[in-house]
Write a protein of this length. Sequence first.
Length: 364
Amino acid sequence: MGNKYVLLLVLLCSFKLYAQDSRFKVIGTVDTKYNDSLITLFTFTGDIVRTVDSTYVKNGRFGFEGWEYLYEKSLISLGNYPDTVLSAEVFLEGGNISVELKEMSSVHSPLMDDYKIFQDSCRVLWKQFSIEKDIVLKKKLYDQFFFYRYIFKKKHIHNVLGRSIFLDDVSYSDDPYFAQLYEMLSDRDRSREDVKVQYEYWEKRNRRLQLKGRQFIDFTLVDSLGKEKKISDYIGKYKLLFLDFWASWCAPCRAQEPHLFRLYQKYRDKDFGILGISLDASKTSWLSILQKKENLWPNLCIINKEDEKCIRELYCITGIPFGVLIDKSGKIVDVVNVGWQHLEMILNEYYKANNGDSYKNGDL
């Protein structure tokens, strides 16, 4: 395991220092069959596309020069956007930017190269986390993953790259660094609509974390025969009951089903149960999926759209798959919003600690 910690240090040191030149220079190449074709440089402000400059391909080459602009994303396009033939996303940082337009375009610049290292490193860390069996080491890898992303975002928080990753990472419910990074944003960035939207999402997620330790919220739903059932009908039957919120149209929900099945098989003899709760507005779609599933646990569905809205609000559900762990007394033990890996960590810890008696909310 020591090698994994060495890897993290190497990754953290791998970010390159790049020159803060005030002007950029794009040096581009493309197949000569596109000679005399129009190449356009765009920037994006929300949904607004702005043309910065345009040129023509000569002898398979093209280029742009201008002042550094890292506040928004930029795109080089062969063909009229959005009906592009070839394109490449670029960061208009000071210095040289090498672009090769092709089916899978390649871009090289200090910032883009940093970003590629970051992406590759995150994949390595997440893979290590996913395959690690030891719960203590798994938790350490989990923390390292978020810390590594924090270091990169902090370094680039004042440009479009850092801000974009910062906003994307709101989906990680366990990311402990959002508030710190938000405070680092400029007033201009905080006034952006995309930042406001994600901040509201984060606040709602924080309210969800406050559910831990509280009593569960009961609802009336229906089973596959149309018979009304309540969540409370299943409370007290298991030491731990996992409410699995899903829907037939949710691909990630379907993808995690084999892992839930494995966890259920592993812990059902230890008094662990699952209650599936579908947020499908269409009963037909829900029933169609149920017929194809190996239903080892009960499944219920919302009665109407208003109930879905109410459930989402009271359980602070911002996306699915989403889950809530409830103990025998009806107390919410934990909230699961990052998939089956998080659930597995919680269950391992819970059942390892004296059959769950000494588990503390939020220890993971």
